[in-house]
Ligand binder design. Structure first.
Ligand SMILES: CO[C@H](O)c1c[n+]2c([nH]1)[C@H](O)[C@@H](O)[C@H](O)[C@H]2CO
Length: 451
C-alpha cells in the first residue's frame, strides 16, 4: 500500500456522544444523568455551561445525518443515553427514548451510513449514582440489563456495538480527580469503579454472545497514549512506567491477559491501597474474546518523577511540540507507535477501530463566512498518515472515526473547545463546514490522504 492510501472497504466515520450533542435533557421521558447533575453544580463546568441544549441534535438529527451523507462517511459512531432508555437506570423502560434511536438509525441506514453504537459514554442515570454508581457492583448488572434491552430491539440494524467508552476516564476523572461527573475524590472508589466498568463490559458481552442470534460485532473503546519520561533520569522512566500501568495496562491487561498488572497492584498495595482480589470468574469473563478494540488517541503523556504526589509519585509535564487548544501535543508518531505496540503486545490480528482522533483549535467564522482551520487539517492529515503507516506495517486497523462531526459540549470545558469539522453557532444552531470538513470529504472520496 503506498503511504497515505487505505485498504478497500476501510470504514470512514465521524464520532459524537449523546450528552455532548443531543440536548432535550427533559424531553420524552428522559431521566436525569450524572452529567445533568454535575453540569448544573456551580463551579464544575466552564462558565456554568450545560448540555441542556447542546447541538439540539435530538430535534435536528435528520439534518445532521444529511451533513454526514454530504461528507460521504460510511459510518457514524454515536452513543445511546441510558437515561432515555431507562429513566431510573433500571425497571420501567421509556419507549419514546428507544424510538428516538430507532428514528436516528433508520435515517442513517436510508443514507447508507453504518451505525456504530456506544452503549455508555459517561451519562449514567442519576438514580443509579444515588445507589452507589460505578463504585457499586450492582451497577454493572444494571448496565448488562440495559445493554440486553438494546441488543434485543436494535441488533438487526446495528453492525457494531461498543460497550464502554474510556473506562479510565470514567474511573479516574469521575472518582479520583473529581474533574468529571460524579465528581468524587476517592481512590478506592476509583478502583472499584474501574473494575465494575470492566465487569459491566464482560456482562454485556455475555448477554450479546448468549442472547440468541446476533448480527454484529462487539468491542470496547479505550483511551490509550504512549507515556514517555520527560528526562533520562531513571526515576522519570519509572514514573512513566507507572502512568503507563494505570492509563494503558490497567485496562489492556485484564481485557487481553485476564489480570491486573502486577507491578501496579503491588505499587498501590505499597501505598496502603490493598485492592481486593477480584473473583477469578470475573477476570475470565472480562478477558472473553471481543470482535474489535476501539482506540481513542489524541496525544502522548510526558511525565517526571514527583515524590510528593501521593498516588503515582509522578507529574505530567508540558512537552515541546506544537499544541492544540486543549494544550495537548500534536504527536502523530505516537499513534503509529501505539498501534504497533498494541498489535505486538495485546491485540495481534484482532481488528482495531480508531474510534476517536481529532483536535480542538480556536476556530472562528471569517468575514468570508468560512471557517479556515489549517491546523486541524494538518493534525488530521498527519495522524491519518500515521495510521496508514501502521496498516502498511501489518496492524489491522479497519476504520477511523474523526472526533468530532460538530462542535459540542466538551465536558468540563463546556462549549469553549471546538473539536468539530462542522462549526456550530450555538446561538442559531447553524452548522458551518470548516475547511477540514471539505478536506475530510475528499479524503473519504479518495480513500487516501489528500493535500
Ligand atoms: C485524552 O483524551 C481522551 O482520550 C478523550 C478525548 N475525548 C474523549 N476522550 C471523549 O471520549 C470525548 O467525549 C471528548 O469530547 C474527546 C475530546 O476531549
Amino acid at each position: 500500500m503506498t503511504e497515505g492510501r487505505f485498504p478497500e472497504g476501510f470504514l470512514w466515520g465521524v464520532a459524537t456522544a449523546a450528552y455532548q450533542i443531543e440536548g432535550a435533557v427533559a424531553e420524552d421521558g428522559r431521566g436525569e444523568s450524572i452529567w445533568d447533575r454535575f453540569s448544573h453544580t456551580p463551579g464544575k463546568v466552564y462558565q456554568g455551561h450545560t448540555g441542556d441544549v447542546a447541538c439540539d441534535h435530538y430535534h435536528r438529527y435528520r439534518a445532521d445525518v444529511e451533513e454526514m451523507a454530504r461528507l460521504g462517511v460510511g459510518a457514524y459512531r454515536f452513543s445511546v443515553a441510558w437515561p432515555r432508555i431507562f429513566p431510573q437506570g433500571r425497571g420501567q423502560a421509556n419507549p419514546k427514548g428507544l424510538d428516538f434511536y430507532r428514528r436516528l438509525i433508520d435515517a442513517l441506514r436510508e443514507r447508507g451510513i453504518v451505525p456504530v453504537v456506544t452503549l455508555y459514554h459517561w451519562d449514567l442515570p442519576q438514580a443509579l449514582q444515588e445507589r452507589g454508581g460505578w463504585a457499586h457492583r450492582d451497577t454493572a448488572y444494571r448496565f448488562a440489563d440495559y445493554a440486553a434491552y438494546l441488543f434485543d430491539r436494535l441488533d438487526e440494524a446495528v453492525p457494531y456495538w461498543i460497550t464502554q467508552n474510556e473506562p479510565f476516564v470514567v474511573a479516574i476523572l469521575g472518582h479520583v480527580t473529581g474533574e468529571h461527573a460524579p465528581g468524587l475524590q476517592d481512590p478506592m472508589a476509583g478502583f472499584r469503579a474501574a473494575h465494575h466498568l470492566l465487569l459491566s463490559h464482560a456482562l454485556a458481552l455475555q448477554a450479546y454472545r448468549e442472547g440468541g442470534r446476533r448480527h454484529g460485532r462487539i468491542g470496547i473503546t479505550l483511551n490509550l497514549s504512549p507515556v514517555e519520561p520527560a528526562g533520562d533520569d531513571p526515576e522519570d522512566e519509572a514514573a512513566a512506567r507507572r502512568l503507563d500501568g494505570l492509563l494503558n495496562r490497567w485496562f489492556l491487561d485484564p481485557l487481553f491477559r485476564g489480570a491486573y498488572p502486577s507491578d501496579m497492584v503491588a505499587h498501590f498495595a505499597g501505598l496502603g491501597l490493598p485492592l481486593p482480589e477480584p473473583p477469578q470468574e470475573e477476570m475470565r469473563a472480562i478477558a472473553a474474546p471481543i470482535d474489535f478494540l476501539g482506540v481513542n488517541y489524541y496525544s502522548r503523556q510526558l511525565v517526571r518523577h514527583e515524590p510528593g504526589e501521593p498516588l503515582m509519585a509522578m507529574r505530567q509535564v508540558e512537552g515541546p511540540l506544537p499544541k492544540t487548544a486543549m494544550g495537548w501535543e500534536v504527536y502523530p508518531e505516537g499513534l503509529r507507535r501505539l498501534l504497533e505496540r498494541l498489535r505486538h503486545e495485546y491485540t495481534g490480528e484482532l481488528p482495531i477501530l480508531i474510534t476517536e482522533n481529532g483536535a480542538a483549535f480556536d476556530d472562528a467564522v471569517s468575514p468570508d463566512g468560512a471557517v479556515h482551520d489549517p491546523a486541524r487539517v494538518a493534525y488530521l492529515r498527519d495522524h491519518l498518515l500515521a495510521v496508514s503507516r501502521a496498516i502498511d506495517d501489518g496492524v489491522p486497523v479497519r476504520g477511523y472515526f474523526l472526533w468530532s462531526l460538530m462542535d459540542n459540549f466538551e465536558w468540563a470545558h463546556g462549549y469553549s473547545k471546538r473539536f468539530g469539522v462542522l462549526y456550530v453557532d450555538f446561538d442559531t444552531q447553524a452548522r458551518i463546514w470548516k475547511d477540514s470538513a471539505h478536506w475530510y470529504r475528499r479524503v473519504i472520496e479518495a480513500n487516501a490522504v489528500v493535500d
